[in-house]
Design a protein around this ligand. Structure first.
Ligand code: SF4
Length: 355
């Protein structure tokens, strides 16, 4: 990271401008912090030592570069942390979908277009504005795309506190937002860390279908439905399958129950509007998709990440958890001889639930 500047800068003024430009670019909030993540590093190290990251080996692979921004991008002294609300406009009420076992529940962040590109582009435009103001400076933009402790950075930058469910909550906007970061060598003034307002509440701990929040602020990813349905590549442990219900991509239960989400606002971003092919569709209909249909209907969607095999695996479990009906059994039987061992095994399990 090498900055080339001539005239001295007023960094307080620049920070204010960055926040104003961020709002113009669609971010609900911008905060600035330094790179000292000692506290978060201790938490991360303990979490990894306990093996709670499961098969997310990339979490361990990057070592302490994740908690030491300057080791990832040399020269970094500040992090500009940004949040953008995503609660999809026109999304069917999440509880209504969870209560209908014939329909597949997709985590609300994934019912619209993939956020990575959108946020990255907006952050780059923010960088372009800063460059136009100050000249060349050192930076790198991230959106859930590299070893970055984005929640800890957001908390330090004042965007919200990390709740007992381990997501970031903003007092005025709840937790339905994406995060992005700009690592920079600009010595910008810092914002204050957000205060924790969980208090005595434990609603999310009790609401987790698989008891994945093993203690306040401690998530065992190996039990988390988001991990099981998105990150895990192989078979889902049999004892957890009945607890997954109709969740075919991710899980929002800990956030749905959180009282602070009373203050969440609907996103104005057209890119986050629910997409008809994936959002809240009948399981039997989704289970018919060919690989080609999966590829075209999830194009530009975060769902792509799970892959066709994982998608069928997840739907098979949801069909196994659905009430017995001719449609459900016929749908499962149609894939009894699927080419994938993984899918066949999950279909056999699901059919056994209906016998
Ligand atoms: S549900 Fe309660 S304990 Fe959990 S994150 Fe929200 S406020 Fe905190």
């Amino acid at each position: 990271m090498v900055s080339k500047r001539s005239a001295p800068l007023n960094f307080h003024q620049l920070a204010e401008r960055i926040k104003r430009w961020g709002a113009q670019l669609g971010f609900q909030q911008i905060g600035i912090t330094d790179t000292d993540l000692d506290r978060a590093e201790r938490h991360l190290t303990h979490w990894l030592e306990q093996g709670r990251h499961g098969e997310m080996h990339y979490m361990a692979r990057h070592g302490l570069r994740r908690s030491r921004p300057a080791e990832l991008v040399p020269g970094t002294i500040r992090v500009i942390s940004a949040r953008m609300d995503y609660w999809p406009p026109g999304a069917r009420e999440a509880f209504a979908v969870l209560d209908d076992p014939t329909v597949g529940f997709v985590s609300r962040y994934a019912t619209g277009g993939d956020y990575h590109k959108l946020i990255r582009k907006r952050l780059q435009r923010l960088v372009d504005r800063i460059t136009a103001q100050v000249g060349q400076f050192g930076y790198r933009v991230f959106t859930d795309s590299a070893p970055v402790l984005e929640k800890a950075l957001a908390e330090k930058a004042g965007l919200g506190w990390i709740g007992k469910h381990t997501n970031v909550i903003n007092q005025a906007a709840g937790s339905w937002f994406f995060l992005g970061e700009i690592y920079t060598d600009l010595p910008l003034p810092m914002d204050s860390r957000a205060r924790n307002h969980c208090g005595t509440c434990t609603a999310c701990i009790g609401a987790c279908p698989t008891n994945a929040i093993v203690a306040p602020y401690q998530l065992d990813a190996r039990l988390c439905i988001s991990y099981l349905t998105i990150e895990l590549r192989g078979p889902i442990p049999k004892r957890l399958r009945p607890l997954i219900g109709n969740r075919i991509f991710g899980c929002d239960d800990c956030q749905l129950i959180c009282p602070w989400n009373r203050f969440a606002r609907t996103s104005n971003e057209p890119g986050f509007s629910p997409r008809a092919p994936v959002s809240d569709r009948k399981l039997a209909e989704l289970f018919k998709w060919t690989e080609r249909e999966f590829a075209s209907r999830t194009s530009g969607s975060a769902i792509r990440r799970v892959g066709y095999e994982g998608w069928l695996r997840n739907i098979a479990i949801a069909l196994g958890n659905a009430p017995t009906s001719k449609v459900v059994v016929t749908s499962l039987e149609s894939r009894s001889d699927d080419a994938s061992d993984l899918v066949r095994e999950h279909v056999a399990w699901a059919l056994a639930q209906h016998r």
